[in-house]
Design a protein around this ligand. Structure first.
Ligand SMILES: NC(=O)c1ccc[n+]([C@@H]2O[C@H](COP(=O)([O-])OP(=O)(O)OC[C@H]3O[C@@H](n4cnc5c(N)ncnc54)[C@H](O)[C@@H]3O)[C@@H](O)[C@H]2O)c1
Length: 368
């Protein structure tokens, strides 16, 4: 299994780009149609919680590629309310939804332990899947689901919305200008009053805590920019609220290193506020600093050389992700977050949990 990092990719960008320009049918067209189809793909959504209602349902409304035709949630109360509001048929059983509806794709926004059954049913029905992160709750589940998608020809893309945001896609262009990078540190922290609350507090349901949940995004950045590390050391805690009972980690500190010499750390927490997200890459000739909505290149002394910021019209990232997935389904774009790609995320995460358990360095490439 291999992950193509941006560092690897930039080395061969020229031949790849020329090939793409010669063969792609998906670049901007002179007839103004820009590859848009006449009929929208038919989308269902399973799991009408926070993420579906705040991102994907508004995203579908703004999408050129797909339209919402059915919804599902196990809560009859939610279905009653939303089928009236959204004017589409609602189901409390996703199997019934797949039986009744002719879907092209399904957006899966359920608690992590429910994801597997929904994906399995979708692949049986040959319906493509946009899966909210994480891909799976464990390495073995991830492998089995990847095999199932391969065998059925179903496209599955894990939602990693930062890959559709120019602030994040510009990171490596600035990184190329800071000499040899040698250290990277990342942080993604926020405050949840009660880490034991709901399915997120229990490893049996969530697959883990802040690493597999919110940390998945930062893990994705590290893999995307630098590839899978050669060693990982992780410490974690489930003790931020000793008065509550939960076993999914509230905080984790991860050290990772590459044989090339680059090394770094990630601090993840769902107990340390205020909400902070950043990655800082330090090289021999400068620093690249990425925060939510802002990317800067600085001197090693801290003076700003250049800065890029983005005011994002909500929910444009969700809509562009859905549109991109429609193009993947139609064979016009590569699947940038496929099951195979996400096996790397899952092995990074599995290595973190194994390291925390054994108090030793783990090579994530051996978690396969
Ligand atoms: N990409 C992001 O930035 C981001 C942000 C938040 C959450 N997420 C992800 O989105 C997913 C959902 O998270 P959330 O915060 O919306 O959770 P949530 O608990 O708010 O919503 C989950 C919904 O799924 C429903 N559900 C549970 N079991 C079901 C079943 N068997 N069939 C149908 N519906 C069922 C619940 O009733 C609930 O309405 C998770 O995978 C989470 O990691 C991603």
């Amino acid at each position: 299994m291999s992950t193509t990092s941006l560092l690897d990719a930039t080395r061969q960008v020229a031949p790849d780009m020329i090939e793409q320009l010669l063969t792609s049918t998906s670049l901007i067209r002179l007839d103004g149609s820009n590859g848009q189809r006449r009929n929208k793909l038919r989308a269902g959504v399973v799991g009408l919680g926070k993420q579906a209602m705040e991102d994907h349902i508004p995203g579908l409304r703004g999408s050129d590629g797909a339209e919402l035709v059915a919804i599902c949630d196990e809560s009859a109360e939610l279905i009653h309310e939303y089928q009236y509001q959204l004017k589409v048929p609602g189901y409390t059983d996703f199997r019934e939804m797949f039986r009744q509806e002719q879907l092209d794709l399904v957006i899966v926004t359920v608690p992590h332990h429910v994801g597997r059954a929904v994906i399995e049913t979708a692949t049986e029905a040959r319906v493509h899947v946009l899966k909210e992160k994480p891909f799976a709750t464990s390495m073995s589940e991830a492998r089995e689901l990847a095999q199932r998608c391969d065998e059925t020809g179903v496209q599955l893309m894990v939602t990693l919305q930062r890959r559709f945001n120019p602030i994040y896609t510009s990171f490596m262009q600035l990184a190329d200008q800071i000499g040899t990078p040698f250290v990277v540190d990342g942080q993604y922290t926020l405050h949840v009053e009660d880490p034991s609350d709901g399915w997120r507090g229990q490893t049996a349901m969530a697959g883990g805590g802040c690493i597999i949940d919110m940390g998945y995004h930062l893990v994705d950045m590290i893999l995307w920019y630098f590839g899978l590390p050669d060693r990982i050391l992780c410490d974690l805690s489930v003790s931020a609220r000793p008065d509550r009972s939960y076993d999914a980690e509230d905080t984790a500190l991860i050290h990772f290193g590459y044989d090339s010499g680059l090394y770094g750390s990630l601090l993840l927490s769902r107990f340390i506020g205020p909400k902070t997200e950043q990655i800082r890459l330090v090289g021999s000739k400068g620093v690249v600093h990425l925060e939510r909505g802002r990317l800067r290149r600085l001197t090693n002394g801290g003076e700003v050389i250049e800065s890029l910021s983005r005011e994002q019209a909500w929910p444009s990232a969700a809509a562009s992700q859905i549109d991109y997935f429609c193009r993947v389904i139609e064979g016009l774009r590569p699947n940038v977050s496929s099951p195979q790609e996400n096996l790397a995320h899952m092995s990074f995460i599995a290595a973190c949990y194994e390291s925390a358990k054994t108090h030793s360095y783990i090579n994530p490439k051996e978690m396969n």
